[in-house]
Design a protein around this ligand. Structure first.
Ligand SMILES: Nc1ncnc2c1ncn2[C@@H]1O[C@H](COP(=O)(O)OP(=O)(O)OP(=O)(O)O)[C@@H](O)[C@H]1O
Ligand SMILES: [Mg+2]
Length: 145
């Protein structure tokens, strides 16, 4: 589907940027007039992906988070959150609800489940030592059609 608008941003992987990134994505989504529920879903899913990059990907140090946004002609928003952190050994296992490698850090293992529940598609690519990218698709309803 044809891309009608896009945006690329990079941020230092700091927890203060969770809210910043969430708001940037919501601002980009606003151009297609999403419902309050759609915006809230997007914000929750983005938060989970960004938090994962910070607390897991870059657990051993500093790094950058890249956010790529695309809006297609059919009113779908594609949100890609990438890091160059430690990567995930077994993506399929990591995506199982309640799986976490950080139980001591009060992690529930529900981040991917939230991303899956609040978006229309979730793709995770990862390589150990290279990093992780999460791409989410959210169809925005057209209220005026
Ligand atoms: N960007 C990432 N880099 C490295 N590992 C990751 C990344 N994202 C997820 N993981 C791995 O996948 C596991 C599952 O992620 P998920 O978000 O579902 O749960 P969690 O972060 O452990 O807990 P919660 O999100 O509920 O606080 C993590 O425990 C971690 O091992
Ligand atoms: Mg998580």
């Amino acid at each position: 589907m044809k891309t009608i608008n896009s945006l690329k941003m990079t941020f230092p992987a700091l927890s203060r940027n969770e809210a910043v990134i969430r708001s940037c994505v919501a601002a980009f989504a606003a151009q297609v007039d999403p419902t309050i529920e759609e915006i809230s879903d997007i914000r929750s899913a983005v938060s989970e992906a960004v938090t994962n990059s910070i607390v897991h990907g870059y657990k051993d140090g500093a790094g950058e988070i890249a956010v790529t946004l695309k809006l297609t002609e059919d009113n779908c928003l594609y949100i890609k959150i990438s890091d160059k952190g430690c990567g995930i050994e077994d993506v399929e296992k990591a995506m199982e609800p309640l799986f976490t490698t950080a139980p001591e850090g009060e992690r529930a293992g529900l981040g991917f489940a939230v991303m899956e529940a609040f978006t229309d598609d979730l793709k995770v690519r990862s390589a150990v030592g290279k990093g992780t990218s999460v791409t989410m698709k959210k169809k925005i309803s057209s209220r005026y059609e």
